[in-house]
Design a protein around this ligand. Structure first.
Ligand code: Z5A
Length: 192
């Protein structure tokens, strides 16, 4: 089974992906940066000095995903393991389509070729008000290139995630990521 966690900044994806992977003895991975080359790509993507064009950005995410699929996700799925990824395809729709405003046909095509048609079986979208999520993320230190985006960017990302969830009710489950970490994890485990 292939499970993904999605959400905005500070929504608790990393925390809950880790807790669920421990419970299910799953392979835990993440994007961007789930492979050796991916780590280098992640640094280029998040560094505030990068000044990337939106078009270059999506191709870097795509390259990260190709490496991730080939080296981590597909081998683990073929070995019949449960795979949990902190971010995947829906991040590209939310951030590059809604956030950056790249053309929809381009974003969907890039997504299709980069994952070779592999769609998660189950996706948890952790929903948190934008300001609250950014506050949580800020507590960790200096903002990266995405966290430094204006509020309207993050609101567009959140709206797109909610639209994806409405359009894919079987696959995408919306989890309110407010309250204690234990309460949020209990909501996830109930659905699992
Ligand atoms: N991106 C993209 O644009 N296109 C793509 O295709 C992909 C990604 C794959 C890096 O992702 C960036 O890449 C990301 C989108 C873009 N934008 N940004 N920024 P990332 O996943 O590495 O970075 P992130 O989204 O910023 O993750 P994060 O800030 O680490 O947040 P999180 O994983 O959702 O949350 P967390 O680390 O589990 O929790 C954050 C803090 O909140 C931490 O101190 C927790 O203890 C705390 N927390 C968690 N839950 C709670 C509750 N319930 N209450 C209070 N505090 C909590």
């Amino acid at each position: 089974m292939f499970i993904t966690f999605e959400g905005g900044e500070g929504s608790g994806k990393s925390t809950h992906a880790r807790l669920l992977s421990e419970r299910l003895s799953a392979v835990l991975t993440h994007e961007p940066g789930g492979t050796a080359v991916g780590k280098l790509i992640r640094e280029a993507l998040l560094n505030r000095e990068s000044e990337l064009e939106a078009m270059s950005e999506i191709f870097l995410f795509a390259a990260d995903r190709v490496e991730h699929m080939e080296k981590v996700i597909l081998p683990a799925l073929h070995a019949k393991k449960i795979v949990i990824s902190d971010r995947f395809l829906d991040s590209t729709i939310a951030y590059q389509l809604a956030g950056r405003g790249l053309p929809e046909d381009l974003v969907r095509y890039v997504n299709w070729v980069s994952c070779r048609g592999t769609i998660p079986d189950l996706t948890f979208y952790l929903d948190v008000p934008v300001k609250e999520g950014l506050l949580r993320a800020q507590k960790r230190g200096a903002a990266d290139r995405f966290e430094a985006e204006i509020l309207a960017f993050h609101e567009r990302v959140r709206d797109k995630y909610l639209e994806i969830a409405r359009d894919n009710p079987e696959r995408v489950k919306v989890i309110e990521s407010v309250g204690s970490i234990d309460e949020v994890q209990a909501r996830i485990r109930k659905l699992i």
